[in-house]
Write a new protein. Structure first.
Length: 318
């Protein structure tokens, strides 16, 4: 059955982060009829990043929200159409004898190709009290909530780049930041480790996990378990910031494209997925490094692959 639509797009991009907007820049600049659908109830993680200091050509660094706004403005200059909506489904259809995809996101949109740039969300630790105190002392965004903890004590759970960078950021407000990590050394890059170790406001609890977030109306502390000794201890904390990895936003792709054991989309070097006409880029794909610079590279590649696919589909390949 062919659904009635006002028109068909060459490319629809799902997701409004660096990967999605870079794909939008390249696709629109190639004169493809392109729509980008931003999540209505979700935002790109990069928009809540206080400082990006390793993006090439920006030696002074840039705020994540500002970077996304610059990418959006540049994409709009090339004619990218942008709508807000949460994508509910993706289904294969035919249009004038050609393979196409119908996307439902508060309305129906038909397209010859899809670029998935849905990113990922912060993973939760899944302990008692975490859900209860989310927004009441438990946070996944230091940039958003750090100012609420001026002159207070906070705990940071995690040991990667994000956890350490956010711990450093929190020292601008909190009087003490305790980093709790399940191993005896950090995974963060060397320069971030050096900055954290040199900061007198930061201390570390090694080889330990949080077993519970405790409190009454608001979080008041965490129960910590030492993984080597089994010893339990209580740590007072007005705020608990969780940075223990990511969960990809790929639920709508289940049954459509191949996913790895962690739910990330499997894409080749040209951003092709296992579904014909569907490409993927950024933090939602299975890959080694998830950074803004790699997301942008993925987005550019996905857009070019989509361009070649659509041109071949239309019989316009050079």
């Amino acid at each position: 059955m062919q659904h009635k639509t006002e028109h068909i797009y060459d490319v629809i991009i799902i997701g409004g982060g660096p990967a999605g907007y870079t794909a939008g820049i390249y696709a629109a600049r190639a004169s493809l009829k392109t729509l980008l659908i931003e999540g209505a109830t979700t935002v790109s993680q990069i928009t809540v990043t206080d400082l990006i200091e390793n993006y090439p050509g920006m030696p002074e660094g840039i705020n994540g929200f500002e970077l996304v706004q610059l990418l959006r403005k540049q994409a709009e200059k090339f004619g990218l159409e942008i709508k807000q909506g949460d994508v509910a489904s993706l289904a294969k259809e035919h249009h004038d004898g050609k393979e196409a995809w119908r996307i439902t996101a508060g309305g129906d949109y038909l397209t010859f190709s899809v670029i998935v740039a849905t990113g990922a969300n912060w993973r939760k630790i899944g302990v008692p009290g975490e859900e209860v105190f989310t927004g009441k002392g438990v946070s996944y965004c230091a940039t958003c909530d750090g100012p609420f903890y001026r002159d207070k004590e906070v705990a940071v759970i995690g040991g990667g780049d994000t956890a350490v960078q956010e711990a450093i950021f929190l020292t601008h407000f909190a009087q003490k930041v305790t980093v709790i990590h399940r191993r005896n050394r950090l995974r963060a890059t060397k320069i971030l480790q050096e900055r954290a170790f040199a900061n007198s406001k930061i201390r570390f609890i090694w080889d330990s996990i949080v077993e519970e977030v405790a409190g009454r109306e608001f979080a008041e502390g965490v129960k910590v378990k030492n993984l080597k000794t089994g010893e339990l201890s209580n740590l007072s904390a007005d705020g608990v910031f969780v940075f223990v990895g990511l969960t990809p936003n790929t639920q709508i792709l289940r049954g459509i494209t191949d996913l790895d054991e962690n739910g990330y989309i499997i894409a080749d070097g040209n951003m092709h997925t296992s579904a014909e006409g569907v490409f993927a880029c950024g933090d939602c794909i299975s890959k080694l490094l998830r950074q803004v610079v790699t997301a942008c590279g993925d987005g550019a590649t996905a857009a070019f692959s989509a361009q070649l696919y659509v041109e071949a589909l239309k019989g316009e390949a050079y």
